[in-house]
Design a protein around this ligand. Structure first.
Ligand SMILES: [Zn+2]
Length: 152
């Protein structure tokens, strides 16, 4: 945040600042300058946050690449999983056994991704979307489509 403080002063030359052709009052000008300062600080904060998110995503991709290298060119899949485990265990993100779908990788992903699809009529999380309907598998998607076509 800036240390700048705007205050009122007297201008002898009669100059004025116009907004959309209308003269602004001194108070309106001061409000606009204060708003600008706040917006600049907010842009700075959001830019910094965006940079940090970018770094987090970058580091997760590099950790996955390191895991892939270990799997394909190093000591195999078991050793590669150490990279994945460390990336989750450090920040405390190992899924608890009591969490829903914690024994079903696809359903766990479908339920916990950032923007989950509508739940399948059977109750499982979905990984397919059609006309606003979610489905957990091709079979259930086919049932949804047949039901919709019968209603047309
Ligand atoms: Zn289903």
């Amino acid at each position: 945040m800036s240390d700048t403080e705007y205050t009122e002063g007297i201008c002898e030359d009669g100059a004025a600042i116009l907004r959309d052709g209308q003269p602004m009052t001194v108070e309106e000008i001061l409000d606009a300058l204060r708003d600008r300062e706040q917006l600049q600080a907010e842009v700075e904060r959001l830019t910094d946050t965006n940079k940090r998110f970018g770094e987090i995503i970058h580091n997760q991709v590099v950790a996955n690449q390191a895991a892939w290298i270990q799997w394909q060119r190093g000591q195999g899949a078991e050793a590669a999983m150490v990279w994945i485990h460390n990336g989750l265990a450090g920040p405390g993100l190992i899924p608890d056994e009591s969490e829903p779908w914690s024994d079903d990788p696809q359903a766990y992903y479908d339920a916990n991704q950032a923007d989950p699809l509508p739940v399948c009529p059977c109750g499982r999380p979905s990984n397919q979307l059609w006309m606003g309907y979610g489905a957990c598998c091709h079979e259930h998607m086919k049932e949804i489509q047949q039901k919709e076509q019968a209603n047309e």
